[in-house]
Design a protein around this ligand. Structure first.
Ligand code: BGC
Ligand code: BGC
Length: 662
């Protein structure tokens, strides 16, 4: 390479240094957020249905006026219970704590309910202490109760949202919300980070199962139902006194729109689609009085949502009238240009009211305080955030001493909740194929097999005891009934026989076999899929073997999303999508096993809330698959037949030649 003259070289260096400095300044100011242009008038106007009355607003104002700047900054920071002791609140008056998916009292994920309650009380006690220079404000304790109170040993857990979507039953969702709220209130916690209002467009996304549907209308209807279930009717105060908790509409916005379904990725859709599809649940949530909204890790048109002032402030708060508070997601502020975990004015100024500072909260506290003092965060912005947080605390009834549901551990798994969960499972089942083998006669000889037949992990999925749910043990779910337990009970009751699964079916000769299989548990990005979509072929081998023996088979498929299973569909005589049903495995037998004459006891009611892919090619998983194998709304029933022609098994969907008749 030729040597440049020294002068040219130094000019170039100087120019490069200048560019770097300007870029750094712009980053620090949060000015390099690219992102799409937003037109607030294009969004639905809504008003918050639980606005505090004039007295309440006056009380908020009075409290705010008494707070020191340190206390105000404390209110806008939340950290994880693994990161602090209750006593730390004396020095750092944080507004909130959370227990993340892998956290539990005393660093024990499997702590008993009483330990949760004791921890909640310990935090509350310090936050409300009378001390000089301290205004007592109870700390808010949040948790991910996303399919029932899933961090608690001994709770009834409901189907994950994908299954509830298939049930198409808003009343069911409302009841599950109310039941979950009581479970959470019983352990002394105040707030759940649910419901997820994602409208997942590409099921390669590992969080697809947290979404109800690819249909925005269903998400909208469920948003109101779940929030009203969790929080009680819009307008009600004293939530905790009535066995309710604060809900969170998450993740704002377009978490389900990221390209190729990449978790925390970029949504490239236009604003009209944001309004029509991904925003569909939010106006409904606000009308239902949702107290909090969580910002999404993802980006829209290249700009991180945590830094998107136009959407967080101009649209959500101003146009849509949301007057609760916006919580960030797990260190999500640190991903905004110019920000780090311990330092971030851009996200706060854009409209995040409370940081979820999973780590580095001490630094964040000090740096935020400094930014306020330096005027980088206007006092008016800080006051607005604190006002919103106090408003939520007041509406919740957090300041009132009475918490009649606290300590009612009998509410974690009462008979009625088992029944509710069981009904939910029943309603969520989608029948994709039935060549006449279902319902199984309760007096039959049956084989129950497959890796997931008695695996609570496959049944409950991620967000169960731990974040990933991968090491959930039967002892962690003492209230659970496995799918095998349920089938066995129904067959026993009908006078049938369950053959020994260890024996070769060629010898035991069952009348019919249930083969239960599916996805392993996962959460968030760990569940993101690359093509091809489904690779476990153990069940397929089993189904083909049974077919060779002439033993009819019923495939029960557990998954967080529709996947390409054409070979399994071909190899089985009936195929049921059972999603991630939770603890109440009997719900499956209720529908699959008839009476001793073989008459159905319950019909299938579930209908797909996501289209089912025809091939494993990328294109069908992207938005608007126009040629799904089974469209949205598909679902067979006993009343309406269910044969299925043989499907192509070539992974790209090319028909086999010649097309074999089934
Ligand atoms: C998830 C949120 C969740 C939070 C707290 C994040 O990683 O994206 O949905 O509420 O963690 O566990
Ligand atoms: C936490 C989860 C959180 C996740 C995000 C986990 O360690 O337990 O709550 O969602 O990290 O990265």
């Amino acid at each position: 390479m030729a040597q440049l003259p020294a002068r040219t070289r130094s000019i170039r260096l100087l120019r490069a240094a200048c560019h770097a400095a300007i870029a750094a300044l712009a980053l620090a100011a949060g000015a390099v957020q690219a992102g799409g242009k937003v037109h607030p008038a294009a969004w639905p106007a809504a008003t918050h249905a639980t606005g505090l009355d004039a007295d309440g607003e006056r009380r908020v104002g009075e409290l705010l006026a008494r707070l020191s700047v340190e206390e105000k900054v404390g209110q806008v920071i939340q950290t994880d219970i693994s990161q602090l002791e209750p006593g730390d609140l004396r020095q750092f008056p944080l507004g909130s704590v959370l227990a993340g998916g892998d956290s539990g009292p005393g660093a024990n994920d499997r702590a008993p309910p009483a330990a949760w309650l004791a921890l909640a009380r310990a935090f509350r006690a310090v936050s409300t202490e009378e001390r000089p220079g301290h205004v007592p404000i109870p700390v808010l304790f949040g948790v991910d109760a996303v399919h029932g109170h899933n961090n608690i040993i001994g709770a009834v857990l409901f189907p994950h949202n994908v299954g509830l979507g298939a049930a198409h039953d808003t009343e069911l969702v409302r009841r599950i919300g109310a039941a979950t709220a009581q479970q959470v209130a019983a352990t002394g916690l105040d707030w759940t980070f649910a419901p997820t209002l994602a409208v997942p467009q590409d099921v390669r996304w590992g969080r697809s199962y947290e979404g109800y549907s690819q249909d925005p209308a269903l998400v909208r209807d469920y948003a109101s139902a779940m929030i009203e279930g969790l929080q009680g009717p819009p307008g009600a105060g004293g939530l905790l006194q009535s066995g309710h908790v604060a809900a969170t509409a998450k993740h704002f916005l377009a978490d389900g729109a990221t390209r190729e379904g990449v978790d925390q990725g970029d949504a490239t859709v236009d604003e009209a689609e944001l309004v029509r599809v991904h925003g569909a649940g939010y106006a409904a949530a606000i009308r239902a009085g949702v107290l909090t909204v969580m910002a999404s890790f993802s980006s829209w048109q290249g700009a991180k949502m945590h830094g998107n002032r136009a959407l967080l402030t101009d649209v959500l708060k101003e146009r849509m009238g949301f007057d609760g508070f916006v919580i960030g997601d797990w260190n999500g502020h640190g991903q905004v240009p110019g920000c780090a975990r311990r330092r971030c004015t851009a996200a706060f100024n854009a409209g995040i009211d409370m940081f979820m500072a999973a780590s580095g909260w001490r630094g964040l506290y000090a740096n935020t305080l400094r930014a306020v003092r330096a005027g980088e965060i206007p006092m008016a912005r800080l006051d607005d955030a604190v006002r919103r947080i106090l408003r939520v605390k007041l509406r919740l009834g957090l300041f009132a001493p009475e918490r009649p549901f606290e300590g009612r551990f009998d509410l974690l798994a009462p008979v009625e909740l088992h029944e509710l969960g069981r009904v939910a499972v029943r309603e969520s089942l989608v029948l994709l194929k039935n060549d006449g083998v279902l319902p199984v006669r309760a007096s039959a000889r049956v084989l129950i097999t497959g890796a997931a037949a008695r695996d609570v992990r496959a049944q409950t999925g991620g967000w169960t005891v731990s974040w990933q749910g991968a090491d959930t043990l039967p002892a962690d779910l003492p209230e659970a009934t496995t799918i095998e337990d349920g089938l066995r009970a129904a067959i026993d009751a009908g006078g049938g026989i369950v053959v020994d699964a260890a024996e070769d079916p060629a010898a035991s000769r069952p009348d019919v076999a249930f083969v239960v299989f599916g996805e392993p548990p996962y959460a968030e990005g760990a569940g993101d899929l690359k093509l091809p979509l489904y690779g476990s072929r153990a069940a397929l081998t089993q189904l083909r073997y049974l077919r060779r023996l002439g033993i009819p088979s019923v495939a029960v498929f557990l998954s967080g999303r529709p996947l390409w299973v054409n070979p399994e569909l071909n190899a089985s005589d009936a195929f049921v999508a059972a999603w991630l049903p939770g603890t109440e495995g009997e719900g499956i037998a209720d529908v699959l096993v008839g009476d001793s004459q073989g008459k159905p006891r319950h019909d299938f009611r579930g209908r797909l809330s996501f289209p089912w892919p025809r091939t494993v090619a990328a294109e069908p998983f992207a938005r608007g698959d126009r040629r799904p194998l089974f469209p949205l709304g598909f679902g067979l029933s006993y009343a309406h037949g269910g044969r299925l022609p043989r499907l192509p098994e070539d992974i790209l969907g090319r028909p086999p030649s010649p097309v074999a008749a089934h």
